[in-house]
Design a protein around this ligand. Structure first.
Ligand SMILES: [Zn+2]
Length: 339
């Protein structure tokens, strides 16, 4: 029995056909359009492409089936039986609705129902970091861990917590919002309305902010990053800063050291709350982990409460990489058909 996991991100919609062992058998991708209808059409289209190429005929007849109810013969068909959507959004506790998403158009939207009507099979919603954490716990870097925290570092920070293999979502379904822990009082402004949030210091966006601050402070410094920033500061990206750090650019390397410091300090806060056995570092910035992870581990070990006298969390990078949310949401969707 196969399910489809869809990672609905701010720039792309990626759908994967996933088997019970967590293997991604096929992938489709589309650009994320703006507007609810266009976005839902794009999701239905990538799922439909997988369906068409793998011999599954979606039943586009709304209202025939309760959500999660198995279609006759579905479990023996060998086709796609359910779809999991991993979204960077506040997902309501029933996992049928999106309350709000900073990078997508949905506001108070009954997303699961709408996509079910389009694709004709049960649909489940999950926060993308939660989906990634489930996949890493089942098949990846957190296999067998009792308490796992996932920190997905990209444009911002996405967080997830698994206790005994189960997701912890808090009372209203939105925990843990790790990126907005305040690490610097009166620090850098954050789009959430606060100042000094962790993700303002530890993200791809933060790498750019730090690099630009350093270039002002070290006026006249040489190097490819200084040249690029002088030409067009608006075009610097976290990926570019990471590439420059890899090439030995002094400003970029210092920006990376700052990220390492704040990652370590933030993880020390996380350890005070959750005391995780394993911390998974995911997201796009994790692809550059060799540039910062050892240093972040040192900061974490030095600043965690009780440093030197307590067991430390193992801090690892994601094993499933940018497919973690696809695999996790496809895995969670299996619950709609397995029982
Ligand atoms: Zn914030």
């Amino acid at each position: 029995m196969l399910t489809v996991g869809v990672d609905v991100g701010g720039t792309s919609v990626r759908a994967g056909l996933v088997d019970a062992a967590g293997s991604v058998l096929d992938l489709r991708r589309a650009a994320t359009p703006s507007g609810d209808d266009a976005l839902e059409d794009a999701i239905a289209a990538v799922v439909g492409e997988l369906a068409a190429d793998h011999g599954w005929a979606p039943q586009r007849r709304p209202g025939q089936r309760r959500p999660g109810q198995r279609r006759p013969g579905q479990s023996r068909s060998g086709g796609v039986a359910a779809v999991g959507l991993a979204v960077a959004a506040f997902v309501a506790t029933g996992r049928r609705q999106v309350h709000f998403s900073p990078h997508l158009s949905w506001r108070g939207a009954a997303v699961a129902d709408r996509i079910e009507r389009r694709v004709g099979v049960p649909v489940l919603l999950e926060h993308d970091a939660n989906a990634a954490a489930v996949a890493e716990h089942r098949f990846g870097a957190a296999a067998g861990a009792r308490v796992t925290t996932l920190v997905a570092i990209g444009t911002g920070i996405g967080g997830a917590l698994l206790v005994g293999g189960e997701l912890f979502r808090g009372a209203h379904g939105v925990a843990p919002e790790l990126g907005h822990l305040r690490v610097v009082p009166d620090g850098r402004p954050c789009p959430c309305g606060k100042r000094g949030c962790w993700e303002r210091y530890c993200s791809g966006t933060a790498l750019v902010t730090t690099a630009l601050e350093l270039l002002v402070r070290w006026r006249g410094s040489a190097g490819p990053l200084a040249t690029a920033a002088t030409a067009d500061p608006g075009r610097l990206s976290g990926r570019r800063v990471a590439a420059a750090a890899r090439d030995g650019d002094p400003v970029a390397r210092r920006a990376m050291q700052e990220l390492a410091r704040w990652l370590g300090e933030g993880l020390a806060l996380v350890a005070d709350i959750y005391d995780p056995q394993v911390v998974i570092i995911g997201g796009g910035v994790a692809e550059s982990a060799t540039l910062f992870l050892d240093e972040a581990r040192e900061h974490y070990a030095a600043t965690v409460t009780g440093a030197g006298y307590r067991p430390l969390a193992r801090i690892r990078t994601s094993q499933l990489g940018d497919q973690a949310a696809i695999v996790g949401s496809a895995l969670l969707a299996r619950a709609l058909i397995d029982g």
